[in-house]
Design a protein around this ligand. Sequence first.
Ligand SMILES: [Zn+2]
Length: 143
Amino acid sequence: MASGPETDLPGTHLLSLPGEDDAEGILINWIHFGESDIECQARYGRTLTHKMGHYLSLLHTWGSGNCELNDYCNDTPAVDVTVFGRNSFEGCSGEFVMISNYMNYSDDEIMNIFTNNQVDRMHYVLNNHMGRNSLMSSPALEQ
Ligand SMILES: [Zn+2]
């Protein structure tokens, strides 16, 4: 699981926001960290990529499951159901769902994209959220 940042971005209410005394961060089962030879759909380390997306304000591509109020990213085709697996299908407007987006529950093997609008949301958080913005000056980036 990942705690989302409280910001003024639309859709923030759909994130898992921490309570007043709760820790913030990402909690991930070691089985889904990095590549493994375990037989499952999440064996290439994309779970952490997905959780990092939530940590930086991204919603699932299906948002709240509503075609009108989706993930607040205009460049991800709107979809109103949870996206699993590896087979695309038609979303709300008849476009094919972006099955390869990290913010789905697609199989790790086919996930490979954040869209420009998603990147913009993450940059907004990194530049404006007290707490997340310190990541940009972390000594860990100097390695
Ligand atoms: Zn998620």
